[in-house]
Write a protein that binds this ligand. Structure first.
Ligand code: PGA
Length: 256
């Protein structure tokens, strides 16, 4: 089955660097022999240029565009925010919601995250809902509970009708202690947590014939990607640091 590999470039790069990185990734994508698909998620000011480069390439079917953050409101007097509709102009198909860096550094709480999820749900785009436990929570054996709570609260504003459309949501399991640290959970721990997420999602999404896709994120690199993407229940990866290097990112996309 094809995997979904998302490149979260965070607050990195200049227009020149972003152009070069996008061009190199497009070049690499043309040579990929598997069916894996990619999402490029640049800083928002560069969405338009990345969108143009993807559109004029002949791999636009396998590369989509995503946005790192989104307003919880449709439009109006919200200084500094951008809406899902504005991003539609650049053909953005995915929005990251609830990344741990937003939760921790910008104090986004579960109420804010649930509003963002609801806001995107009303558009034609998809949500990548990030969840993950801290090291302290893992050591205290609270990780499963924390993850369950983050999923339930993130999706709490969805109506019963919305909860029939699991395909709108992608869940990214990103243990906070694994992000940017070079540390990853054991393969067994990733398997068990994804299984847990599948079970919780199946209860929320009324039709359990379809549940959200689940990505793993946190220090995914070209050395560990094959093993991680082979784990049952892992539908893809959310990649930060390694996605800033086209060769490394393409090597990850080349996995399995
Ligand atoms: P990392 O970041 O790959 O650098 O650990 C992942 C993320 O924050 O999405």
């Amino acid at each position: 089955m094809s995997k979904l590999i998302a490149a979260n470039w965070k607050q990195n790069g200049s227009s020149l660097e972003v152009d070069n990185l996008t061009r190199e990734i497009i070049k690499g994508a043309k040579k990929l022999k598997n069916l894996n698909n990619m999402i490029l998620i640049p800083p928002s000011v560069y969405l338009e240029r990345v969108s143009k480069l993807i559109k004029k390439s002949n791999v636009s079917k396998r590369i989509s565009l995503g946005v790192q953050n989104i307003s919880p409101y449709k439009n109006g007097a919200y200084t500094g925010e951008i809406s899902a509709d504005m991003c539609k102009d650049f053909d953005c198909k995915y929005f990251i919601v609830g990344h741990s860096e937003r939760r921790e550094t910008f104090n986004e709480d579960s109420v804010m995250i649930s509003k963002k999820v609801l806001n995107v749900f009303n558009t034609s785009q998809k949500i990548i809902l990030c969840i993950g436990e801290t090291l302290n929570q893992r050591e205290k054996k609270q990780a499963r509970k924390v993850i369950a709570n983050q999923i339930k609260s993130g999706l709490s504003l969805l109506t019963p009708k919305m909860r029939r459309t699991a395909s709108k949501i992608i869940i990214a399991y990103e243990p906070i202690w694994a992000i940017g640290t070079g540390k990853t959970p054991s393969l067994q721990d990733i398997f068990l947590m994804h299984k847990h997420i599948i079970e919780i999602s199946a209860k929320i999404f009324i039709t359990n014939r379809s549940i959200p896709k689940i990505l793993y994120g946190g220090s995914v690199n070209s050395e560990n990607s094959n093993e991680i993407l082979s784990i049952q229940g892992v539908d893809g990866a959310l990649v930060g640091g390694a996605s800033l290097n086209a060769k490394k990112f393409i090597d990850i996309c080349r996995s399995i």
